[in-house]
Structure formats: C-alpha cells, structure tokens
Design a protein around this ligand. Structure first.
Ligand code: MN
Ligand code: MN
Length: 459
C-alpha cells in the first residue's frame, strides 16, 4: 500500500529536505548577492542602473540596430532609464523563437505630487500620490527615504537619494496617537488613512526672516544649496518616498530575507543572474526588467509598450526573420512573485493550491480574479513542458494560486506577453506580506527561482 501511495500520489517536500550541503552553500551565496542588489535598488531607475553596471562586467554591450549578431553575443537595450532588455544570442535562428524571462522592477511606493511642497502650521510637508496597491495604514509612522530624479529645463537631470546612507536624514508620515484615535479606530482599514492624508513631514525650522511660509522657504533653500533646484523644478521631477528599512536576514536560522521591493526585484535579480550565467544557449535568451507593472503595465516603459516589440523586431531583422514567426515559437516565463501561504491568515488561502515558503519556485498557471478574469491561462501542454524542463535540471518548484477563489486577485505582465502570441506562464518567488513596506521571502525560494529561469534559458 505504501508503494502504491508513493507511485500514485503527488506529494511535496520541504525544499531543505531535498538539497545537500553543497547546494545549501549555493543558496547562501546567492542570497547574499541578492540582498546587496536589493539594498541599493530602491526604484526602477536604480535597479536598471545597477543591472547595467553588472551586465557590463559580464561583457554585455549596448545593442545597435543592424549590428552583427554572433551566437553567444551579449547585448542590452535600456528604455528611458526605467526598463531594460538584455539578450544572449543563441546558436539557432530567432525563427525558432526566443526564451524570454520578464520581471518588473517598479514597486509600490509613495510618489511626490508635481506641486509637492507646502507649509502648514509651521511644519513643512510634501504632498504625495501613492503608486501601486498599498494598504495606506502600513506607510505611516515608518522611516522613509527619498529617491528619484529632477529633470531640469536645460536638459540636465539631478539624481536624488537621501536617507539611504547612515547619518542622512529620513522622513515620515505621522499617524494619530491612540489616545486621540477613538474616531479613527472605528473606521475601516481602507478609510483609517486617506490618500490625501499621506503627507510627508520634511522640516520645522523657519527661515530667519519676516514674512509667510518661512519653514517652507528654509527647506527650499536647503534643497537649492544641495541640488541647485527651485520649487518650479518639482514640476518635472519623479521623486518618491520608499521605506528606509535595510535588507536583513530574518529568523534565528537566518533562512528568510526581509526588505522592501521583493515584488518583483527578487525575480528581476533571478533573471539577471540567470542571463549572466548562461553561455552559448541554443535559443536566444532574453531578460526583461519592466516598469509600470504595479499600475497596469501601461506607458512607454511598461510591458504593454511597443518598446519590447521594437527591440525584438530589430533583433529579428538582423537575421531576416519576421517578428511574428519569432513570437509564435517563443516561450516566456513571466517572472513575478506569488503570495506565500501565511499561517496567520489561513482564512484567505486554500492549502492545496497556495504556494508555501521553502517549497521552491511558484508556478501560476493563471492569475486574475472573479473566475480567472484578466489573465493568460497557460495551456496544459506548456505546463507539461515546464515540468519536464524543471525536472531535468533539479529545479524544486510548486504550483501556486493567489488565495481562495473570489477572495481577491491580481495580475502580472503574463497576459501582455501572451497577447503577443508568446507561450507564457507565471513563475516566481512566494512572498509573505506582499506590497507591505517590509516584505519577506525565503532564501531557498529565491535561489530556486534563479535556478528555474536558468533551466528555461538552457532548455
Ligand atoms: Mn509583481
Ligand atoms: Mn505587485
């Protein structure tokens, strides 16, 4: 009976029961590299800049349309400093398709409005407009740091990073003390903190002069000294506040990683490491770091942009292959995180199908909501191919689904890739506290996601 059970049942094991000490070392080494990347990649621009720096060390060169492409060549193209495409040219023609991995490097955050600076009752603030799906109550009373660029009329750009390094000042959105929160506590969590209430405290000392808005003037004068900007320059700025938490190991056993932006920089890094590792692939490997996923993948730097098609079409043109032929034979891992089953909230999960921490890379056949609405539901045949690729290369993985049916839902870039007639499936790292200022993933699952993307590239 035990034998029959073993043969017939699909049973999963904790990943740590399946790897040896040699692979445990690889998990730790990979996690250390990822933590360094995450610590210095707080915005999509910083993630892209760091990715390019590392790519150039691995021999990637900027792609020029019409350049000669030899098998094994490593190229990249940056889209407006906010998205990135890298490729390693395969020995086979692009007519046989490419192997694509696509992650996003934008994360939920607090963007500054275009007219952000104001003074209220002798305190200076920034007005904000949050970006992506956040629970607003999680973003008050935590330290924030400021990142972004101020584009000047003269064509120059000023980069701003303040609060990341020890000793630099940080910022905060204040919350109401419990002593006076009787009314607030009766509100729902969605209403307790409002969007217009997310004002960032940035200063309190008045300018030594008469007149109004003296604290605002003092802050503006500091900004002018440091960055040479005036208030009007905010109009053409992209500045955002992100949590000022360091990336850190979690747990007595240090098996987990806490930090801001695991969704989806944990998958972005897995893809990068994989494309840096792959040598002379059969099919051309493409790695995408996309922007704007958290707000629907729209815009010039989002996955719905033709920027990706342009890049692929330029590659195909060099080999005289129609783009549509390449697409129909391509395979895409939409590398995005999934939710990890959380024992603190079992009521939203369905244990047979939710991904679990330390069970490996999570594969989502579909995402969406309300009866699989708004998703690319990968074909059974594609899932079978993924099973084969992963089992050939000892990738530990699990099926994943976003909680109970009708509990909520979400999307990824998968459907925008699939709509291009590219066979696409979601795959990524299971996350606890997803979209919170401090998210948690397991080192093991991060490493297996890298191994999974590499397996796809090498297939
Ligand atoms: Mn995501
Ligand atoms: Mn997300």
């Amino acid at each position: 009976m035990e034998d029959i059970r073993k043969t017939l049942f699909y049973e999963q094991k904790n990943g740590y029961d399946l790897i040896d000490t040699r692979e445990r070392t690889l998990v730790e080494d990979y996690a250390a590299d990822y933590m360094r990347f995450l610590d210095t990649s707080r915005t999509e621009r910083e993630a892209v800049a760091n990715a390019i720096d590392e790519a150039e060390e691995y021999g990637f060169v900027p792609f020029e349309p019409g350049m000669e492409l030899k098998p094994g060549m490593k190229i990249y193209q940056c889209n407006r400093g906010k998205a990135l495409m890298l490729a390693v040219i395969g020995t086979e023609s692009l007519a046989n398709g490419a192997v694509i991995a696509g992650a996003h490097v934008d994360c939920p955050r607090i963007d500054l409005k275009q007219n952000p600076l104001y003074e209220e009752d002798e305190l200076a603030y920034f007005k904000t407009h949050y970006y992506g799906g956040i629970k607003k109550t999680q973003w008050v009373a935590i330290p924030l740091e400021l990142h972004g660029v101020v584009a000047l009329k003269n064509g120059e750009s000023v980069e701003v990073i303040i609060g990341r390094n020890q000793g630099e000042p940080r910022f905060v959105i204040t919350d109401l003390l419990p002593h006076l929160a009787a009314d607030q506590m009766k509100k729902t969590m969605a209403e307790g903190i409002t969007g217009e209430g997310l004002n960032i405290l940035i200063g309190s000392i008045p300018y030594a002069d008469d007149g109004k808005d003296k604290v605002k003037l003092a802050v503006m004068s500091l900004l002018n000294d440091s960055y040479g900007i005036t208030e009007e320059d905010f109009l053409s700025a992209e500045l955002c506040a992100v949590p000022a938490f360091d990336v850190t190991e979690i747990g007595f056993d240090r098996s987990l990683i806490g930090g801001y932006g695991h969704d989806d920089r944990s998958c972005a890094y897995a893809e990068l490491k994989a494309i840096f590792t792959v040598e002379n692939p059969r099919r051309t490997c493409v790695c995408i770091l996309a922007d704007k996923e958290e707000i629907g993948s729209n815009g010039v730097t989002g996955m719905q942009s033709a920027a990706f098609d342009c890049f692929m079409e330029d590659l195909c043109a060099i080999q005289q292959v129609p783009l549509r032929r390449c697409y129909e034979n391509s395979f895409c891992l939409s590398a995005d995180v999934c939710n990890a089953y959380d024992p603190n909230f079992p009521e939203v999960s369905e244990k047979c199908n939710d991904a679990k921490i330390n069970y490996g890379m999570g594969i989502c056949k579909f995402t969406g909501s309300r009866g699989k609405y708004n998703t690319s539901d990968a074909t059974a045949e594609l899932v079978a191919e993924v099973r084969r690729i992963f089992s050939d290369r000892q990738v530990i993985w699990q099926m994943a689904e976003l909680g109970k049916v009708d509990q909520g839902g979400g999307g990824t870039i998968a459907m925008y890739m699939a709509n291009r007639n590219i066979n696409t499936i979601d795959a990524g790292v299971p996350v606890l506290s997803m979209h919170a200022p401090f998210e948690v993933v397991s080192k093991f699952d991060c490493y297996m996601t890298y191994k999974g993307v590499l397996a796809a590239f090498q297939s």
